[in-house]
Design a protein. Structure first.
Length: 433
């Protein structure tokens, strides 16, 4: 047994797994760019207050899941690993004066997040998210654009049957009356509440609606719905969001009990699921509007909306649907071998020149016989073996086409060009078949 292992709730992504992640990250970046979103990178840790104010102190994330860092100096600031990206991105928006940029500011981020959660399938303590934020547009059209972008990402990634659950959770104008009604409802059922939910009843009753405790399912099913308490502007905004989604052909299902788990959400809230697998542990991602978060973190009142997609759960969904892993990186186009096992300098120099010319090449740096070198190149799936031998004194090498079994002498000055031409012709013939 190994002495050391990855921490519980984390795992190593090994080389045969990373091609899938690379494909998804490239897809996310390309898709975001097409929609006019630009990449941002924020620190892996922030002042704890960024999450306490933004996410909310009475949330699972802050109360139970936040990785707090212990300072090694007498610094007075408290730090925590980021559990989600939105608060940090909004902090950057405020800090760097992005309100002076053309609005909305459209940003995306791909990176690791951290939550001290109970490990289970698709849920890790270090996990990866693709996050999209549009800050500075209050209208319903951008809500629909963000939701449509999310559904397109899943479709392009290859996940079938992704459904959108949609709700409006109102705003500070209409939510207080709903909160009062919801509090009265749960007080009548206080004896049935688990201890944590009983404590939250008086501190933040909305958190009861996204409780992970199975004992809350029946109570939440009978709770008042916020859509019945929306003020005129919120109801109008929600109707417009649905109209835009209908115009884009994005199917969705209204889910009155959906409130999301973070305090900063207002109005539009949504989640992505594989159809038929709805449930708090099955969400592939989600998001919503956060019109008060910028002001909460020190900026001027500014609307915003975004989503976070869990790449870990996306990969799991792909595997469950038989999508499997992406193909690994292709075999080297050429392997440079040598008749003199000890002359690694010449082999390394030629391979380096091929790489500089854009050829995927490996140099045989072991001191084994030529036959073994050629066998290794063939097992690797290389197309060509470049054999360094006596011809080197006249500036030439042997170029062997491994699948065809043919071989010819090529000047070193023309080697890269000849490999590229022959490799392209080989791919063309293969594609025609």
């Amino acid at each position: 047994m190994p002495t050391f292992r990855a921490p519980r709730g984390t795992r190593d992504l090994l080389p045969d797994e990373t091609p899938t992640w690379t494909r998804l990250e490239r897809l996310a970046a390309d898709l975001s760019g097409r929609y006019g979103y630009r990449r941002i990178e924020t620190p892996l840790f922030e002042q704890t207050a960024v999450f306490e104010r933004g996410v909310g102190e009475v949330t699972d994330i802050v109360e139970k899941e936040l990785f707090r860092l212990v300072p090694r100096t007498d610094e007075s600031e408290s730090w925590a690993l980021r559990p989600e990206p939105t608060a940090g991105i909004v902090r950057a928006y405020v800090q760097h004066g992005m309100h002076t940029w053309p609005q909305p500011v459209k940003l995306f981020e791909i990176g690791a997040m951290f939550r001290y959660d109970r490990p289970q399938a698709g849920r890790y303590r270090q996990f990866w998210q693709f996050d999209v934020e549009a800050i500075g547009d209050p209208g319903p059209a951008v809500d629909a654009e963000v939701i449509e972008l999310g559904t397109r990402f899943y479709a392009d990634a290859g996940v079938a049957g992704v459904a959108v659950l949609l709700n409006s959770i109102g705003d500070p104008a209409c939510r207080p009356a709903y909160v009062a009604e919801l509090t009265a409802y749960f007080r009548e059922h206080a004896a049935e509440l688990p201890p944590l939910e009983r404590d939250r009843l008086e501190r933040n009753v909305l958190r009861l609606l996204d409780s992970k405790d199975p004992a809350m399912a029946a109570l939440n099913a009978g709770a008042p719905r916020i859509t019945d308490s929306l003020c005129g502007p919120c109801a109008e905004h929600f109707a417009a969001v649905r109209a835009h989604l209908d115009a884009l052909g994005v199917p969705y299902r209204l889910e009155p009990g959906l409130v999301r788990g973070l305090d900063y959400y207002t109005r539009t809230a949504f989640e992505f699921y594989v159809a038929g697998r709805e449930g708090q542990q099955q969400a592939l991602g989600g998001g919503g509007r956060y019109d008060g978060l910028v002001e909460l973190l020190g900026g001027r009142p500014t609307p915003g909306i975004g989503f976070g997609v869990g790449l870990d759960r996306l990969v799991l969904a792909l595997e469950e649907q038989g999508g499997g892993r992406a193909a690994e990186a292709s075999a080297p186009t050429a392997v440079v071998v040598g008749a003199d096992p000890g002359d690694t300098t010449a082999r390394l120099r030629i391979a380096t020149e091929l790489r500089a010319a854009g050829i995927v090449a490996r140099s045989e740096l072991g001191r084994r016989k030529l036959g073994k070198q050629l066998e290794a190149a063939a097992r690797e799936g290389a197309h060509f073996a470049v054999i360094v031998g006596d011809e080197l004194s006249s500036g030439e090498v042997q170029m062997r086409d491994l699948p065809a079994g043919t071989q010819k002498v090529v000047p070193i000055a023309e080697l890269a060009r000849e490999i590229a031409r022959s490799h392209a012709a080989h791919r063309h013939r293969r594609d025609e078949r």
